[in-house]
Each structure stands twice: as structure tokens, then as C-alpha cells.
Design a protein around this ligand. Structure first.
Ligand code: SF4
Length: 504
């Protein structure tokens, strides 16, 4: 009889979360590397190089792949003959104790991103609990667990539809993926759930993302059923949209398309689609009563050895840059930033705008500066700052006009595209919007030489920090005329790939 012990379960969950915070799955590394090698768009190739370099640094340094260390999502298959010795804890409580220990581990502190009272006070639980846990009861005497840490940027782009049975799933996916922008940090995977009910389709979509990337095996052996045909069709047609890594235009947007299906009602065709990002993080283990799970430590030789080619980048001194210099930047240019910048994301922007409305003065002078949309991980050991990649910029669009008008900022640095109101504000104020690579957070943190909190300290990771950076790589995403690389580049690459007509 298998007895699952309290310590073994908690230790296994904690170890799994630490493990996936710094080790990408090997299949993901191999797929990004293959996409990097065949990519013809220089901007997308550079972005994938940064993702791969970041991944290797994280594996070496045991630090998080991304500053967003995710919402913990766990699939548990409970063998019906399993017995429990959990010291009075429920299974949920024991799993959450594992989450707590992982996120508070002082050797590799992980950012706590989970808020209770989501429609109200939105207070951080401070230890990233609770996890979202899905159970199924199966025959046998083992506990089969898959642990994932899902980034908010990619989760936010999830889509769900109740199609008519005669509608085309392919048409819906091809119409929907461009509306997701690049905030889900491609290249990644699409998980698609088809059938069942609305909630069953969403669960299938999420569960499908736990499988390894194997589309190339499917291409080689050929499809054997309708779901495999759909996977191949969608893989080819989504990549033909030309969105590319980070939305910069290119050959690879998705590394795989996963599909799980389930019988459904004659009147229904529920479809859910959930993307997985450049910080794809999951691991699977089985507990059989013999002790805590051992995670298979990968070999560093399995990561490609790349270095970032800075030869085509313009160097920019943030302390002396002028509007005339900024006006020369073209969408798609790569810049290396050196000097002082400030940080600020959702909560800091909300507070700044509230202060302006009350006629209050900000505690810092942002005139002629750049603001970086980031919420960094706390540092450990001798680090200046923990992993500090960009967060999704469109969330700041509604504040942008006011913040630019009131502060005299020269520009912003963030992740993925801007929306129409953000672009209009950038054009109106002759500002520039620069983009750092989502999913290259540890690499970005290596460019940060000094960091200190200068305002709104009570906001924790959302406080305003002053960063002094050296050679921080970014791309020009929106120029002073309001031209956006995310609007132009995918169209150019879609036309180049030429498989399907250019859509508006
Ligand atoms: S890679 Fe992008 S979407 Fe994924 S966790 Fe990081 S910032 Fe979020």
C-alpha cells in the first residue's frame, strides 16, 4: 500500500517550483534553438538569441527565467489506492505549503504575484499561494503530479468561444491570434481545448500545454487522426501570419500547437485557446511512497552557446540623449542603453495620475528620462537587482498621455505592442517607445549596475526604482511619428511567407 507522506509531498512541490523557475524544459530549448537557426528576420533572431542566452544564464545561476515567476498551476492524478499521512493537512494545504516554501526560498527568492480579493483590494498574499489545483481520480497506487508556473502576460491572452458546430476552428484561430498581440511573449505554444463544455475546453487547453514539444515528430510521421491534422494545419498557418518572436515579424510564432478534445453536445463546439510564453515552465513527477521526487538535472551542454552580437546596435547615453537624437530612431533599430532610467508599472502609474489630478508634485523629476515598465524580483547574494524583464505595455496605455504631458518623459520601455491610445500619445508628445525582450529577464538584470527605490516604496515590486544601466539591449518599437514595428513587421513577413493572404 502506498502512503504519501507530508514531508515528501511538500518537498517535491517546493523542489519542482524552484527547478522550473531556472530550468526551461529541454524540448523547449531545442525548439527555440531550431527556430533561431532558421529565422531570417534579424529582429526576431536577436530576440530569440536573448531568450536562449537568458535561459543558459538562469540554468547556470539558478535564478528565475522571468521576473514574472507565475501563478502555480498543478494537475494531480490521485491513484484510488493511495493512503495519506499528511499530518492533518488537506491535500490542497500540503501542496500550498510546498508553493510557499519554494517562493520564499532565500537562495532563489521568487516574485510573489498572487493577489487575494481580485475584484476588490487586490492584496498580495506574499508567498504566491494559493495554487490553482486540478484533480482527477485514477486507478492505481501512485500520485502523479505536473507542476507549472504560468506567466500572467500569456495567461491574459487566453481566448474562448462557443462556435456553431459547422464553423471552422482554423478560421477562428487565425482570426484570433493576431488580436492577441505579442504580450504573450512568442515564440511559444498554443494549447487548444475542443469540446466538452465551456470550462472543460479551457481546462483541456491548459492541460495540453503540459506535453513536450513534438510537432516535428508529427510532421515526420504524418497525421493519423483529425486532431493531428488540425495541429499541423494550425502550426503552418499560424506561423504564416508572420507575427514572429516578440511580434517583431518573422518565420516562427509558435513552436508547437497542442490540442486535447472531449465529446460535446450536438448543438455546441466549445473552443478555448491558451498560449504558453517564452517562459514555458513545467515538470512532471510521480510519488510512490518511497520518498520525495528527484528532478532530472539537465546538462549545461544541452544549451546552445550564443553571445549577443552588439555590432549592429546604436549606443545611447540616457543621461545626455536629446529629442533630436530620439527623432532619428527607426522602428526595429536595436539600441544599447547606458545611464539612468526609472521604473514604474500599473500601481505606480495609477498613483501618479491620481497625484496629478490632485495637483500634487511627484517625489521624483522624470523630465527628459525614460520609464521602464518592470516589477523586478528581489535580489539575492551580491545581485544589484533580481531578474527584471519588461511587463506588458498596453496596460499603461490609458495613463500614457497624462504621464507624458505632466512629466516631460522622453519615452518608455516595455514589452510588446502599444494600443491605439498609447501610440496616439507617443506621437502627440514626440516620445519614443522601446521594447525589451519578454522572457530575457535575468539577462536584462545583468545590465543593471545600480538600483534603489526612489518613490512609492509601499508598492513593493511596483515601487519606482532608479536603475543605472550599462548596454541594456532594447528595440525601437514605436518612433516619434507613431510608426509601430508591431503593425508593420508582421505584415511584411506575412507577405514574405506568402502562404495566406495579408489580413487587415
Ligand atoms: S515570458 Fe512574458 S508572458 Fe511569460 S512570464 Fe515572462 S513576461 Fe510573462
Amino acid at each position: 500500500m502506498t502512503v504519501i507522506k507530508h514531508d515528501d509531498l511538500i518537498q517535491s512541490v517546493a523542489d519542482a517550483l524552484q527547478f522550473i523557475s531556472y530550468y526551461h524544459p529541454l524540448d523547449f530549448i531545442q525548439a527555440v534553438n531550431a527556430a533561431y537557426e532558421r529565422e531570417e528576420s534579424q529582429a526576431a533572431k536577436d530576440a530569440m538569441a536573448q531568450i536562449l542566452i537568458n535561459s543558459r544564464l538562469c540554468a547556470e545561476g539558478h535564478r528565475p527565467i522571468c521576473q514574472d515567476t507565475g501563478i502555480v498551476t498543478i494537475f494531480v492524478k490521485v491513484g484510488m489506492e493511495v493512503r495519506w499521512d499528511l499530518g492533518g493537512l488537506s491535500l490542497d494545504d500540503a501542496i500550498n505549503e510546498g508553493v510557499r516554501r519554494a517562493y520564499l526560498n532565500p537562495d532563489n527568492i521568487l516574485r510573489a504575484s498572487i493577489l487575494r480579493d481580485p475584484a476588490g483590494k487586490r492584496q498580495n498574499t506574499k508567498d504566491n499561494t494559493p495554487a490553482v489545483i486540478h484533480y482527477s481520480i485514477v486507478p492505481g497506487d501512485k500520485l502523479d503530479i505536473t507542476v507549472a508556473a504560468k506567466g500572467g502576460g500569456s495567461e491574459n491572452k487566453s481566448k474562448m468561444v462557443m462556435l456553431n458546430p459547422s464553423d471552422s476552428i482554423v478560421d477562428w484561430v487565425l482570426k484570433t491570434v493576431p488580436t492577441m498581440g505579442a504580450g504573450w511573449c512568442p515564440p511559444g505554444m498554443l494549447g487548444i481545448g475542443i469540446g466538452g463544455t465551456a470550462e472543460k475546453a479551457a481546462l483541456l487547453a491548459k492541460e495540453s500545454l503540459m506535453d513536450p514539444i513534438d510537432i516535428h515528430e508529427l510532421i515526420a510521421r504524418g497525421p493519423q487522426n483529425r486532431v493531428e491534422e488540425l495541429r499541423l494545419e494550425l502550426f503552418e498557418k499560424v506561423n504564416a501570419l508572420g507575427i514572429g518572436a516578440q511580434g517583431l515579424g518573422g518565420l516562427t510564432t509558435v513552436l508547437d500547437v497542442k490540442i486535447l478534445d472531449y465529446p460535446t453536445h450536438a448543438a455546441s463546439l466549445p473552443v478555448a485557446m491558451i498560449p504558453n510564453c517564452a517562459a514555458t515552465r513545467h515538470v512532471h513527477f510521480v510519488l510512490d511512497g518511497s520518498g520525495a521526487a528527484e528532478m532530472p538535472v539537465p546538462k549545461l551542454e544541452d544549451w546552445p552557446k550564443l553571445t549577443f552580437d552588439a555590432s549592429k546596435s546604436k549606443r545611447v547615453n540616457l543621461d545626455t540623449v536629446t529629442p533630436a537624437e530620439i527623432a532619428e530612431w527607426q522602428p526595429g533599430d536595436t539600441l544599447l542603453l547606458t545611464g539612468t532610467m526609472y521604473t514604474g508599472r500599473d500601481a505606480a502609474h495609477k498613483r501618479m495620475v491620481e497625484m496629478f489630478a490632485k495637483g500634487e508634485k511627484l517625489p521624483i523629476d522624470l523630465k527628459g528620462k525614460f520609464i521602464y515598465y518592470v516589477g523586478p524580483v528581489d535580489p539575492v547574494r551580491d545581485e544589484v537587482v533580481g531578474p527584471a524583464g519588461p511587463t506588458t505595455s498596453t496596460r499603461m496605455d490609458k495613463f500614457t498621455d497624462t504621464v507624458l504631458a505632466e512629466t516631460g518623459l522622453y519615452g518608455m520601455i516595455g514589452k510588446a505592442e502599444r494600443g491605439a491610445s498609447g501610440i496616439a500619445a507617443i506621437k502627440k508628445h514626440k516620445a519614443a517607445y522601446l521594447m525589451a525582450v519578454g522572457g530575457a529577464a535575468y539577462l536584462v538584470s545583468k545590465a543593471i549596475r545600480h538600483s534603489r527605490v526612489v518613490a512609492f516604496e509601499d508598492l513593493g515590486m511596483e515601487a519606482i526604482y532608479e536603475f543605472v544601466v550599462e548596454d541594456m539591449p532594447v528595440s525601437v518599437a514605436v518612433d516619434v511619428q507613431g510608426n509601430s514595428v508591431h503593425e508593420t513587421a508582421p505584415k511584411i513577413w506575412q507577405a514574405k511567407i506568402g502562404k495566406i493572404p495579408v489580413t487587415q
